[in-house]
Ligand binder design. Structure first.
Ligand code: ME8
Length: 520
């Protein structure tokens, strides 16, 4: 394992809801990066988890006649099982009600208190319970509604403890200036900059009327504001607050990427780094905020009722097709419309026709012409122009893929991969193996053509693996190769000519059955 720690996180999701397309979107995207970095040999640590405290959870539990802890315990397995279904390869799953977290949160609060960054004050203003966010009168929409979610806010009058957020504005601006990659994408960076330049107010970090939370260590009549508690999960999960895990914390922190949606950018790009700066801890390398998934005119659910859940879509299309669609069809960082039509089109076009069909017909020909064994390309040593073109596409892919993934441009990374998939299909058309098979004299060339096409498939499967781990593993297995999920040397593996001659190739069932449009 390499020395390079690559620590990445998703938001910890509220337990007032079960996993849905939005939370699954962030989690799948983070998973694809985690898988890619593992393939690059990094020592990856991928964290997701649950945000279990606060007024909203207190209320949800009461509505269901449960204690808050019982409520959380009933929701947590639902997240874990959906993440398993979606092949999420998280290394840890943190719940903010765990002692390891509560201990660390209390420690951080105490550090800030001791440094004089927390003081007691009085809060009078508005609070949106679903968003767990404080608002001032001037922020509100018509009818005293939350400017973010549009729901009616509550009036709050409490003695609270405040964090001196306003004192960190200059340091935050210096941070954004010195680290242009701290907030991504660029549009979000501008939003954060103008927010901070507009002036920061101190932040209430405790609630005296909410019982379901971590008590402040110096005043147990207050519980911590749920966002203060939640943000700190990113460090408590990797050992902050536990002397026995000091080495682990030093190795893992700071994180490489926090994946978040654009709705929670201020918490992650303003409050979180200010808390870390105040505590004298390093800030994360990047907070990347993706856009919202939008369903045009309820297309996802209209005809089929409840097709909105990840489970329903996976049952219909399979997990790899699900993951591929969201990563390929929505430009990561922008809002994106999703629809059943677009999903079926991607599955039938890119997956069934281009990729699945390439594997089927190629493996079929190897079975038919070479008894299911990888032929020796040495029978036709000369490179034709078609051979050269195919190899060049394959040689360019690792660099193009890496550049796209470094920008978290999943669509771009898959587009680069599809150049090879399409190139291989074209290569087969142009080389017409079925004609070469007609004469003994061209059998050498036939072997070379099939070898080259198989090699393109082997390499394409490698680059499909972060998005589509199951089918890539299946393709490698059908080619007699090792478990693709154990690859940690992607650059070496993606060099041309690794496919062993004589490997057994089996055709198998279609990787991606075509979806009958009328059935949808
Ligand atoms: O905010 N499109 O949790 P949450 C894309 N507990 N992504 C979406 C989405 C949509 N329509 N809807 C939700 C919280 N998401 C806090 C986080 S972190 C310290 C605490 C995704 O359950 C997106 O990542 O409301 C968004 O930021 C997140 O779910 C909000 O999840």
């Amino acid at each position: 394992m390499s020395d390079t720690s690559f620590y990445l996180t998703t938001p910890i999701y509220y337990v007032n809801s079960v996993p849905h397309l939005g939370t699954a979107y962030t989690t799948v995207a983070a998973d694809a990066l985690a898988r890619y970095r593992r393939m690059m040999g990094d020592d990856v640590h991928f964290l997701t988890g649950l945000d279990e405290h606060g007024q909203k959870v207190e209320q949800a539990a009461a509505e269901h006649g449960m204690t808050p802890q019982e409520w959380c315990d009933s929701i947590a397995p639902k997240f874990q099982s959906v993440w398993e279904l979606l092949e999420i390869s998280n290394d840890d799953f943190i719940r903010t009600t765990e002692p390891r977290h509560e201990r660390g949160v209390q420690q951080l609060a105490q550090v800030l208190y001791d440094r004089g960054d927390i003081y007691k004050g009085h809060y009078e203003g508005w609070y949106c319970v679903p968003d767990e966010t404080y608002w001032t009168e001037g922020d509100l929409g018509e009818g005293q509604t939350c400017p973010q979610c549009g729901r009616v806010v509550e009036s709050v009058r409490e003695d609270n403890y405040f964090f001196k957020l306003s004192a960190y504005a200059d340091e935050l601006l210096a941070l954004y200036e010195a680290n242009p990659g701290f907030v991504g994408p660029e549009t979000r960076r501008n939003e954060v900059l103008s927010f901070v330049k507009g002036g920061l107010k101190d932040l209430s970090i405790s609630r005296s009327n909410v019982k379901w939370g971590v008590p402040l260590p110096w005043d147990e009549t207050h519980t911590m504001y749920v966002w203060f508690d939640a943000l700190i999960n990113y460090i408590t999960a990797v050992g902050y607050g536990d002397p026995a895990r000091a080495d682990e914390f030093a190795r893992r922190w700071p994180a490489q990427v926090h994946f978040v949606g654009k709705d929670i950018i201020r918490f992650h790009c303003v409050i979180w780094p200010a808390l870390l700066l105040a505590a004298g801890l390093p800030v994360p390398k990047t907070v990347f905020a993706h856009g919202f998934l939008l369903t045009k005119g309820e297309k996802m659910s209209k005809s089929k009722g409840n097709a909105q859940s990840p489970q329903d879509l996976v049952a219909k299309f399979g997990v790899d097709a699900y993951r591929y669609y969201f990563l390929r069809d929505v430009q990561f960082g922008m809002d994106g419309s999703i629809s059943m039509e677009a999903m079926v089109q991607r599955i039938n076009g890119d997956l069934a026709n281009d990729w699945g069909n390439l594997c089927s017909r190629l493996f079929n020909m190897v079975g038919k012409y070479f008894d299911g064994q990888v032929p020796d390309p040495a029978g036709a040593p000369l490179l034709t122009p078609e051979d050269t073109v195919l190899r060049e596409i394959a040689l360019a892919l690792p660099g193009r893929f890496a550049a796209a993934m470094d920008r978290l441009d999943y669509a771009g990374s898959l587009e680069a991969t599809w150049d090879l998939v399409k190139g291989a299909n074209r290569y087969i058309e142009d080389s017409a193996p079925w004609n070469l098979a007609k004469s003994e004299e061209t059998m050498g060339r036939l072997g070379a053509v099939l070898y080259n096409a198989l090699e393109a498939v082997r390499i394409a499967a490698l680059f499909c693996a972060p998005a589509m781990p199951l089918t890539s593993a299946e393709v490698w297995q059908r080619m007699g190769l090792s478990d693709i999920r154990t690859v940690t040397d992607l650059p070496a593996q993606s060099a041309w000519g690794h496919l062993p001659v004589g490997n057994t190739v089996v055709k198998g069932d279609p990787l991606f059955p075509r979806i009958d449009k009328d059935a949808e």
